[in-house]
Design a protein around this ligand. Structure first.
Ligand code: SF4
Length: 417
């Protein structure tokens, strides 16, 4: 089953829809970006401050841990102050779940396998049903093997010793089926499913299998992915593959770092796949090579910082030369092509300025701001022209022979459609 998402070209597998506060999750809703606070939830000020930062960066919903009563006691005030819906992350203590529901939380993350007494699980499910809030249940590679029943544990361990990958996914599916039966027995269907592993190939195959078997919305994530330097690759490999296949209704990229990076990378992933509209400038830059004649890496970092406040998705290209730069900057609204101590700036295929290396940052920024303002006034459209320069054409330093010999001064030839 698939559904077209308005405004994007991807086709996504259709799931049931649940509501996390005001945020729809699943069905034809856009993929929801979530993160988790790293503060002590009982520290209301620190938690709200972090939630505000995450929300400003593009986080749609946020999870907070509630290991103690003092954490659930803090929830009403956090919920009151938070600009986005709150999910309570519950492990082991069913009372925390009941307290969180009473506090007005918008979703619960619960692992029935962590709560021994089935009556307690049923009580939490009924409380969520009465409050009209969804529950996310998940299986996790780390705690998947049966702990209580020794016979089952031995059988599962034996299976996994022969085919770890396949057996793990089979066990994940079986456990999820067991959990779903508990929810259905309580006439509760606002369920979100998750199956996490540190191995992207397991994550991909597990969600493919879950997606073909259930129509509950899916929460995608790679667990214990590590710091951004390593976790980024694992997370994007797994989540990017699944999202590109139309699988996944909410994502959390989890890092051993400030959660702001989870949100920044998650947002970039969704924008890159056309699953979220971009509202800020998109920066592209060449990787540099032996042809480079300016300090492009430093320039790119400064351009990124300088453009951060613009709220129009202008595509800005910072390219090291005119050899491959123009082709690679195709579709850029504003672009600079650097040469020996110089830069030529283009706005939608039109050469507008030639500046020295020292002027490049400010000139590019000025053109980006001017172009964004034109778009906002309806006088220009984003990405409706291509930058085309007849390569190769050395720029040369100011006053060079190339410049002197060029008819009309410094301009590079522009080939227009
Ligand atoms: S744009 Fe020019 S400098 Fe940059 S990587 Fe390509 S060829 Fe090298």
């Amino acid at each position: 089953m698939s559904a077209a998402i308005p405004g994007v070209s991807r086709t996504r597998r259709k799931t049931r829809q649940v509501k996390v506060g005001t945020v729809p999750l699943g069905g034809d809703a856009p993929v929801v970006l979530q993160s988790m606070t790293s503060t002590y939830t009982y520290d209301i000020d620190a938690t709200v401050a972090q939630i505000n930062r995450l929300a400003a960066a593009g986080c749609d919903i946020v999870r907070v841990a509630v290991p103690d009563k003092r954490d659930t006691d803090a929830l009403p005030e956090i919920i009151r102050q938070s600009p986005i819906p709150i999910i309570a992350d519950v492990h082991f203590h069913y009372q925390r779940a009941l307290e969180a529901v009473k506090a007005g939380v918008h979703k619960i993350r619960l692992n029935p396998g962590n709560i021994k007494d089935r009556r307690q699980v049923n009580e939490v499910i009924r409380a969520c049903r009465d409050a009209g809030i969804p529950i996310r249940v998940g299986v996790n590679e780390g705690g998947i093997v049966e702990r209580q029943d020794k016979t089952v544990r031995a059988a599962e361990k034996n299976m996994m010793s022969q085919d770890y990958h396949g057996s793990l996914i089979a066990i994940m599916l079986r456990k999820l089926e067991d959990y779903i039966r508990i929810f259905e027995a309580n006439d509760f269907y606002d369920v979100v499913l998750a199956a996490k592993s540190v191995d992207p190939t397991i994550v991909i195959d597990a969600y493919r299998a879950i997606s073909s078997r259930f129509d509950f919305p899916l929460h995608l994530g790679v667990t214990h992915a590590g710091p951004p330097e390593t976790g980024r690759i694992r997370s994007i490999a797994a989540l990017g593959t699944l999202l590109a296949e139309g699988i996944g209704d909410t994502i959390r990229i989890s890092y051993a770092a400030d959660p702001i990076y989870e949100v920044e990378d998650g947002k970039e992933l969704l924008c890159s796949l056309g699953l979220r509209a971009r509202h800020e400038p998109e920066l592209i830059a060449c990787p540099t090579c032996g042809r480079i004649e300016v300090d492009l890496l430093e320039l790119v970092g400064k351009v990124r910082q300088k453009l951060a406040h613009i709220r129009t998705p202008v595509k800005v290209a910072v390219m090291g030369c005119v050899v491959n730069g123009p082709g690679e900057a195709e579709g850029a609204d504003v672009a600079v092509f650097a040469g020996r101590g110089r830069g030529v700036i283009y706005v939608q295929g039109q050469q507008v300025r030639t500046v020295t290396e020292a002027e490049m940052l400010d000139a590019l920024y000025d053109e980006a701001v001017k172009f964004a303002a034109k778009v906002e006034r309806g006088e220009a459209q984003l990405r409706n022209a291509q930058v085309q320069i007849k390569p190769p054409e050395p720029i040369g330093p100011p006053g060079s022979e190339h410049e002197k010999n060029k008819p009309g001064g410094v301009s590079l030839p522009v080939v227009k459609n």
